[in-house]
Write a protein that binds this ligand. Structure first.
Ligand code: COA
Length: 436
């Protein structure tokens, strides 16, 4: 067996042999396939990267058909039950679990970079009272780059490490400030005596108590949610991080771009959309009617379906169990019954089975976040905090990869051919331009 592909170009009758490596061919190998010397060569057309590997990565492994997710080889189920978020962030960034000494140093480093410059508070103060906290977060992270101009030096590993620590440490602080701003409450400074998740809860919810003590079940639940959201290989926001980062902009600016990608309803906004959808359905009795609309393509069942997972999303199974633990403390979320009924009926219906549509990570996470006391506009923010560790791991891998260059896809141009400029008075009646 030869690891190569023979392609016959039926336009010319010529045959080409291109090597196959790791189950892929190089798209640039297609460029030699030409009809004549003028022809720029064959390209692969792949909008939305349905079948294009954009990088070689050693961070996260997903087998969508078998519902497998592993970070650096460790199954997500083991990490969710036995590890904690900061350890997982270390693992993603460095490739190995930390020794005890490395772990202590890492936690200490993160804990001591949680404060933000006072001017950043003023920056957040400038937002309108009802500004979406995700909009505040992406702007504040972009603004961070102006506070640390040396972050542009990507050639110094110590500088790079410092930006990674800063981002992971300050993300909960900025997220909490965005939330407190949106509800008109004073900002709460980080408490370095608390865990990463515990301190975040402190900065969000502390009112007048001298010392905030997080509920250990809720603190752990948030930490597990952070683990589950830490990385997910080449998803939309990670692709944004790599693509923007490939221009060699500083990682703080690239992270701001990744947050923007995560803001969209088809990505990090999906759990917010799930809760809204459950509220609109209103009661278990309305579930069959809603599903009828979905099958008629009049509505989408938010929290269902995934580009990669085609049997089940392993994170959804963990989250469903976690929801029970949280609801024991907070009381049952009334929307849960609607969600359970939607899942029960959908999993029996041919529409969903034939399209391999199953609950994804967002189907239940919104209900937990709601039970923890978060308004729905904070849900994508809660996703951005842990995903920062994944974005940075992928970015770090990308900037030292000798094969990576500035990301610059090609296009298939189907627009007008060359034509002469028409002065305004000679243009006559034109069709109203379609708004795109
Ligand atoms: N509800 C109803 N139908 C859905 C659906 C959903 N949530 N997700 C996909 N489908 C249908 C599509 O309409 C399409 O049907 P068709 O073949 O009759 O046209 C088919 O399933 C394939 O969907 P497609 O849009 O090609 O899949 P995708 O891989 O491009 O999209 C998602 C993946 C995640 C964007 C998509 O499933 C979705 O929008 N889900 C809801 C949003 C969500 O939960 N996002 C969070 C992801 S973690």
């Amino acid at each position: 067996m030869t690891d190569s592909l023979t392609i016959t170009d039926n336009r010319t009758g010529r045959a080409y042999e291109v090597p196959i490596t790791q189950g892929t061919i190089r798209a640039t190998d297609l460029r030699q396939i030409k009809t004549d010397e003028e022809d720029p060569g064959l390209m692969a057309y792949d909008p939305a990267f349905m079948n294009t590997a954009s990088c070689i990565s050693r961070i996260t492994y997903i087998d969508g058909d078998r519902g497998i997710l592993r970070y650096r080889g460790y199954p997500i189920e083991q990490l969710a039950t036995r590890s904690n978020f900061l350890e997982v962030a270390y693992l993603l960034l460095n490739g190995e679990l930390p020794t005890r000494a490395q772990q202590e140093a890492w936690v200490n480093e993160i804990t001591h970079h949680t404060f933000v410059h006072e001017n950043l508070k003023k920056f957040i103060d400038g937002f309108h009272y009802d500004a979406h906290p995700m909009g505040i977060l992406l702007s504040a992270v972009g603004a961070l780059s102006t506070f640390y101009p040396s972050a542009r030096n990507l050639n110094d590993p110590e500088v790079v490490h410092l930006q990674i620590v800063r981002l992971i440490a300050k993300m909960p602080t900025l997220a909490a400030f965005a939330y407190r701003h949106s509800i008109g409450m004073p900002y709460v400074h980080p408490d370095n005596g608390l865990s990463y998740a515990g301190n975040f809860l402190n900065m969000l919810f502390r009112v007048s108590e001298a010392k905030y003590t997080p509920n250990p079940v809720l603190e752990r639940a948030l930490d597990v949610l952070f683990i589950l959201h830490a990385d997910h290989e080449q998803n939309c926001s990670t692709n944004a991080m790599r693509s923007v980062g490939s221009s060699r902009v500083d990682p703080l600016s690239a992270t701001s771009a990744a947050i923007a990608a995560l803001y969209g309803p088809l990505h990090g906004g999906a759990n917010e959309a799930v809760v809204r959808m459950l509220g609109q359905i209103g009661s278990v009795a309305n579930v069959p009617d809603f599903l009828k609309k979905v099958k008629n393509h009049e509505a989408k069942l938010m929290g269902f379906g995934h580009r990669i997972y085609k049997s089940f999303d392993p994170r959804a199974s963990i989250i469903k169990k976690l929801a029970d633990e949280v609801f024991e403390v907070t009381g049952r979320n009334p929307l849960l019954d609607i969600a359970l009924e939607l899942e029960r009926i959908a999993l029996e219906e041919d529409y969903f089975i034939s399209r391999k549509l199953y609950p994804n990570v967002d189907f239940y996470s919104g209900l937990i976040y709601q039970a923890l006391g978060f308004p729905s506009n904070m849900f994508p923010v809660l996703f951005a905090i842990p995903r920062t560790s994944g974005w940075l791991s992928q970015w770090k891998e990308m900037v030292v990869d000798p094969e990576q260059k500035i990301a610059r896809p090609r296009q298939v141009y189907l627009g007008e051919g060359i034509r002469d400029y028409v002065p305004v008075e000679a243009r006559g009646q034109q069709k109203e331009l379609a708004r795109t």
